[in-house]
Design a protein around this ligand. Sequence first.
Ligand SMILES: Cc1cc2nc3c(=O)[nH]c(=O)nc-3n(C[C@H](O)[C@H](O)[C@H](O)COP(=O)(O)OP(=O)(O)OC[C@H]3O[C@@H](n4cnc5c(N)ncnc54)[C@H](O)[C@@H]3O)c2cc1C
Length: 282
Amino acid sequence: MAAYCRPRTVSEALAVMAGAEGHGRILLGGTDLLVHLRKDPFAPTVIVDLKSVADLPPAVEVGDDVVRFGPTARMAAISNDPFVAGHLPALGAAARVVGSVAIRNRATLIGNICNASPAADTAPALLIYGSAVTMTGPGGERTMPLAEFFVGPGETRCGPDEIVIRIDVPIPDRGHRSAFQRLTRRRGVDLATVSVAAGVDAVGNIVLGLGCVGPTPLLTDASPPVDLADSAAVERAIESLVSIATPISDVRAARDYREAMVRVLATRAVQAAAAAPERWSF
Ligand SMILES: Cc1cc2nc3c(=O)[nH]c(=O)nc-3n(C[C@H](O)[C@H](O)[C@H](O)COP(=O)(O)OP(=O)(O)OC[C@H]3O[C@@H](n4cnc5c(N)ncnc54)[C@H](O)[C@@H]3O)c2cc1C
């Protein structure tokens, strides 16, 4: 059985992780970790609970051009945050559909990203805004684009002795609009079968974040400028963007179905973004 540890500072947490020699696991909300603990290959010797760490960055901090989310930022808070709703609507919408009320009250944004499921609902939205992940470890802090953070299902570039302490989301320009769409097998609590976040800038460049259609959440390149009122042009742009998808068949859907649905959801997400009001001002 793994030991349970509740450090008071980040450096104490890092020391415990270093001492565990790759067998330490960070605990935030525990909504993924406790499920994984029951799986055989996942055999941590120590669980490091960050919830009493006093010197973590704040849950949500709005700067001049960036919103910073710390380890204690929970889905419930993100989905109810008016600044997120106004400036990062795809992220607010994604946080709003994670699990149930009870799950959203525990599940954190950083936990969702560190769990690295291709179905992580917040990942496509974070990707289209150009988010960056900051880790701290024995060698100090390092930051990388979220698009480079995911390696494969359940695998990230966060080292075994590192802790993700922040996700920075640049605040989009005023003319930028975004939306999130997901498909589930049933209403209520279910992981996504396919999910798409779309961002459209003031000149009609489209960028998509795709979930459940590859081994990691995927970020497309930006399309050339598209006339969003021209549905054939939008369809051509989407067709080209979603060509990076490499879905598999699993318990949730067949590959062909996902291939078809990623186009449908991308079209809906772009339409919803194009129809959205300009971001709010505060
Ligand atoms: C019933 C149920 C329904 C769910 N529905 C959805 C859904 O609809 N959509 C969805 O996307 N997800 C869903 N989830 C998954 C889950 O709720 C999310 O992934 C959640 O956001 C994880 O956050 P957490 O704080 O609970 O993370 P934890 O479980 O505490 O941690 C998750 C993983 O990340 C690692 N980790 C956590 N924090 C750090 C850190 N700071 N640095 C390094 N590693 C870290 C942990 O060691 C662990 O491996 C569901 C889960 C359940 C149980």
